[in-house]
Design a protein around this ligand. Structure first.
Ligand code: FES
Length: 579
């Protein structure tokens, strides 16, 4: 990369640099909806080559977004992604870019390729850096590079790279595309990250076809930069060694089936369809998922990097929702519907945003735990006769501020989610009855005590069974204070809250004073049981149905419960263990 003297307003302050790096995140994201739309519109069987190219560019744009977030974190900024600025509505313009280029959501085809070539256009070798109103993305990044170099020279590297290293996404992240995730902590790594971004987009040194990486699908083939990958599709021929931008591609033919595309109406909008209609509802569903993805990415880039695989997993849900839309003919029968990428105000979200403590069940995905809820292990203590006695508190598990717990049972880093649910297409459909406890409970009332139970909450921890009989049967002898004490103590230990008791028929339940925490439960024989959520932490269902906050909730983590998201004891049947 060259270090030309800037001719437009240079970046001279740390705040100015942070502002530009936030713009870089917005710029990298602005290419994602158009590329995803084109990708979703492709019939992968009829168009394997075009699918490969668009997917590879999309993945690299996500890498660039990650690198931009690493750069901003490294200089002490806080990446913002869950913002209407990232989803301004289409058609739109590249953020802070040349406003003669309109960015549209169109299906794959000649129009899409012309747009993508304009977005990825390499800068001229002698083009000056431009920190705002840039003509090419390369000029914008060159202005950032100049700013970083200037600030390091003026202030010293240690005064520029003041961010928390724990916020960096590093090379351990299992990114599956070409290029490298680079953790940024000094000038050298910052320049490396900027080079990766620009060369993948434009080619090395602005005038080379190749981007310096290997093809993500064919390791023996060098990768051409984004601009030239799109040019190969447009011209129907590959670049080969010796080719230059001037010669154009002279290699083997590239086959594109221009009809193997879902004919999506350009720039779809929810306002084109009646509220409550099939297309409108499906578009709103997509927008909820996309905003949830942005929210997860924002959390991942702000101190919870282990959420990145969870965010990546949401891409599978997006693809399914987009392809469902593209199977729906528009009302005029001229085209099919498409995703609208519209911002959903946090107040209208299916799942709340913010820092409050809560557990969010992601559709067919993990439990996302917000608000730094303590996580620990707890082990059931069982007597020699096999009867459940009490709980032993185990070690605290270190967590990030926001973290995701595996719900499918298949993560290789249990109890945390590692994204496997998306690969195995976990079916996490919720079937548990959301009716409030008191409306479902049956009860046995006796003098001074009312025993209550909701059968469907039971996960068979067996605290309700005494040496010879159940606590329900013991209610006949509740005049005996020892019996009464045994019943109340065992009910307090019931992890699912299936049983509760009150001190009178008309009294509210007398709940144990449980802390706000989540316990990873182990039962006898090292059997891995559910996740015990205590202290009335709200649990938000994936389907958006309201659920009362209860003092004790046992969530399934083996993936096999027939009463999801609640544990129903299936972990016993399948012998679920961790790891
Ligand atoms: S829910 Fe994500 S790996 Fe199990």
């Amino acid at each position: 990369m060259t270090t030309a003297i800037p001719t437009t307003a240079p970046i001279t302050t740390l705040d100015g640099l942070r502002e530009h790096l936030q713009w870089a995140i917005e710029l990298e994201h602005s290419t994602v909806p158009p590329y995803l739309t084109a990708l979703f519109s492709l019939d992968a069987e009829r168009n394997p080559e075009a699918t490969r190219v668009v997917r590879s560019v999309f993945m690299e744009e996500m890498l660039h977004l990650t690198l931009a977030a690493n750069l901003l974190n490294a200089v002490g900024g806080s990446p913002v992604l869950d913002s209407p600025r990232l989803l301004p509505g289409y058609p739109t313009y590249l953020p802070h870019g040349d406003r003669s280029l309109a960015i549209s959501l169109v299906p794959f085809g000649a129009e899409a390729l012309d747009l993508f070539l304009a977005i990825e256009k390499p800068a001229r070798v002698d083009a000056p850096p431009e920190s705002d109103g840039y003509e090419t993305i390369g000029q914008f990044y060159e202005a950032i590079e100049d700013g970083i170099r200037r600030l390091c020279a003026d202030l010293g590297e240690s005064a520029v790279f003041v961010g928390d290293p724990a916020r960096q996404i590093d090379a351990d992240f299992p990114y599956g595309g070409s290029g490298r995730v680079i953790a940024v902590h000094d000038l050298a790594s910052a320049l490396e990250a900027l080079t990766e971004i620009v060369e993948q987009g434009e080619g090395a040194a602005h005038h080379d076809v190749w981007d310096g990486d290997h093809d993500m699908f064919q390791a023996d083939r060098d990768e051409v930069a984004h601009y030239y990958r799109f040019l190969e599709l447009k011209l129907g021929r590959r670049f080969q060694r010796g080719d230059t931008p001037a010669s154009g591609p002279t290699g083997e033919p590239v086959l594109v089936d221009w009809d193997g595309v879902r004919p999506m109406r350009p720039n779809p909008s929810t306002s084109d369809h009646a509220p409550g209609g099939v297309i409108r509802v499906a578009q709103e569903e997509f927008n909820h998922t996309y905003c949830a993805l942005l929210h997860l990415l924002e959390r991942a880039f702000n101190g919870s990097p282990s959420l990145l695989p969870v965010a990546t997993g949401e891409m599978y849900a997006l693809r399914a929702q987009a392809q469902l839309l593209m199977a729906l003919p528009t009302e005029d029968g001229q085209a099919v519907a498409g995703p609208t990428f519209e911002y959903v105000d946090p107040a209208d979200r299916r799942w709340r945003v913010g820092d409050g403590r809560r557990v969010t069940v992601l559709p067919h995905g993990p439990y996302v735990v917000h608000g730094q809820v303590p996580l620990r292990r707890k082990v059931k203590v069982v007597a020699d006769n096999g009867k459940s006695v009490t709980w032993r508190i185990g070690e605290q598990i270190e967590t990030e501020e926001t973290y995701a717990l595996c719900r499918c049972g298949q993560s290789s880093s249990k109890p945390f989610c590692d994204g496997t649910h998306a690969v195995i297409r976990f079916d996490g459909t919720e079937t548990a009855d959301p009716t409030p406890y008191d409306e479902q409970a049956w009860r046995i009332d006796a003098d001074g005590i009312s025993l209550r139970r909701v059968n469907s909450l039971c996960m068979h921890a067996a605290f309700c069974i005494g040496r010879e009989r159940s606590i329900a049967k013991m209610m006949h002898d509740v005049d005996d204070s020892d019996v009464r004490a045994f019943i109340t103590a065992q009910v307090d230990r019931c992890p699912s809250g299936s049983f509760s008791y009150a001190l009178g028929a008309d009294e509210p339940a007398n709940e144990a004073d449980l802390p706000q925490e989540i316990s990873v439960i182990e039962e006898e024989d090292e059997l891995a049981a559910g996740l015990w959520v205590t202290g009335r932490i709200p649990v938000e269902r994936a389907d958006g149905v309201d659920w009362e906050a209860r003092n004790r909730v046992m969530l399934c983590r083996c993936g096999g419960s027939a009463n999801k998201p609640l544990c129903d004891g299936t972990h016993r049947t399948i012998g679920f263990r961790e790891p």
